[in-house]
Structures are given as C-alpha cells and as structure tokens.
Design a protein around this ligand. Structure first.
Ligand SMILES: [Zn+2]
Length: 184
C-alpha cells in the first residue's frame, strides 16, 4: 500500500554517488540572477538598480522592493562591496553537508555603503573568533567554489575612522532572522 499524502519525503532511492566527499553546493543562477553570478565569477559584486526609482536591490525580485514597480527593468551595476555589520550569528551546525569542513563560521548581515537597508548576508572569512560588533566595517571577498563559480563573502576591513568603538551593545548573537539566501 502506498501511503497517501507523504509529499516532501523524497527517498534517496538509488543515489549512485558514494558519500565519500560532499562538495559545497554551488549557486544555480536563474535568468534573473545570471548577471549577478557572472559578475561574481569575476570577483565583482553587483546590485540591481531599478529603472523606475533608481534604488538598488540584492537580490532583485520581480517587484522592486522600494517603489513596488512591477516592471523594474533591473540593471546590474558594480558596487563597492564595503559595508558595516548589522548583525551576525555563529554557524556551528550546517544543514548542508558540504559546509561541514567550514564549521564553525560567522555569518554576517551587512548593510552596504551604497544605500540604506541594502543588505547582504554572507560568510565572514576571518574566522569564527573575529572581533565583530555592530557597525564593524567589512568589505566583500569572493570564495571560488568551482571553475567560474564564485560566491561573495566578507572580510574585516580597517575602519578609515578611529578605533573608538567603545559601545559594546548586547546584541551579539542576534540572528538576522529572515535570511533570503539561506540554504542557497
Ligand atoms: Zn524601484
């Protein structure tokens, strides 16, 4: 008898490859994100600019998140890749076996300098014990996962201002909550 309504339980029947090695999952560009990943392969971070309101979006949706235009005609353009940490979390357990070798690592939620609320989430490559706090400056870096496949991440950047970040807010460990790239 086949039980009805067991959707979602995909049995790994006859997965031919042995589990000897788990490569990290690589992004699969769709039509909308293809320019983003093409630029990333050249280690250039891009954001999509709405043709209607000129705002930037990462990643672009079908509707502009700023002006709600349904025909934003997004055009990708390079951004500086510099920003500041808004929140972060230490990832100690990966749901994707391909990331096990990287554990633990810091996942940072960064607001890019280009625009308020232009946020991007990525790994911080400086290690899990990096001295991060709210407002810590970072810049983009790229992890080359495969030939022609690079994923944007972040590294700590030196603050052009002073080192006087004296406020230690108790917000450490706050998770970003809604991670649009989770599991990507
Ligand atoms: Zn817009």
């Amino acid at each position: 008898m086949t039980p009805a309504g067991t959707a979602g339980a995909t049995a790994p029947a006859g997965a031919g490859t042995p589990a000897a090695e788990f490569p990290r999952p690589v992004p699969v560009p769709d039509e909308r994100s293809a320019p983003f990943w093409a630029a990333a392969a050249s280690h250039v971070l891009t954001a999509a600019r709405c043709a209607r309101c000129r705002s930037l979006a990462i990643p672009p949706d079908q509707v502009c998140p700023h002006c709600d235009a349904t025909d934003p005609e997004f055009v990708f353009e390079p951004v500086s890749g510099r920003g500041r940490i808004r929140s972060w979390t230490v990832v100690r357990q990966s749901f994707l076996p391909g990331f096990n070798a990287e554990l633990p690592y810091l996942l940072v939620d960064v607001e890019l300098d280009e625009q308020q609320e232009l946020r991007m989430i990525g790994r911080l490559l400086d290690g899990p014990d990096s001295p991060v706090r709210l407002g810590t400056p970072v810049r983009v870096a790229f992890e080359d996962l495969a030939d022609g496949v690079s994923v944007p991440a972040f590294v700590l950047a030196s603050d052009p201002g002073s080192t006087g970040g004296s406020d230690s807010t108790g917000d450490s460990g706050s998770t970003g909550g809604s991670d649009p790239r989770e599991g990507a």
